[in-house]
Design a protein around this ligand. Sequence first.
Ligand code: 3AM
Length: 169
Amino acid sequence: MPRLFFALPLHQLAPALIDWRERRPWPGLPVSERNLHLTLAFLGEADEATRDRLIAAAAQQRCPPFSVHLDQTGWFQRARAAWVGPSEWPNELNVLARALRRHGEKLGLGNGEQGYRPHVTLSRKAGEAPEALPAPDLVLQADSFCLYQSVSTPQGVSYEPIACWPLRA
Ligand code: 3AM
């Protein structure tokens, strides 16, 4: 069964983030440009029927567009992921992430975690935190969200959007 998650696609911000990362020391194995995303809700493995119900629920989801200022770096020690993220973020992002997590929970999906920390993972297998300074100063204009599946390939994991929806009030 494929592993699913909801995320914001980065569109034109992805090359800018790669460029930003490449111009400074950064720990770990870089995430490829096409795999960059901002996770909204982790869902885990789901069968086709469950996936279709998720898609139907997501299509009904309303949320106005918003922007996220990526202005800090961070490191999840346990996951060994080095990331950039916002120090503050709009409530729309919390509300959207919570609503999508609940859609998953109603279908028995998710990991039970309640906390939400928006971030864009730039590398994995990072044994140390990235240097905090100079801080990033990049803006993600969020105008859509997608349901992604993780596909394992001989070249590594690939995150493929299954369906996307515009953010609209
Ligand atoms: O790229 P990020 O870090 O936003 O870390 C995984 C990745 O998030 C996360 O789901 C996204 C797509 O794989 N992920 C994987 N397993 C997870 C789990 N058990 C998980 N997030 C929470 N719980």
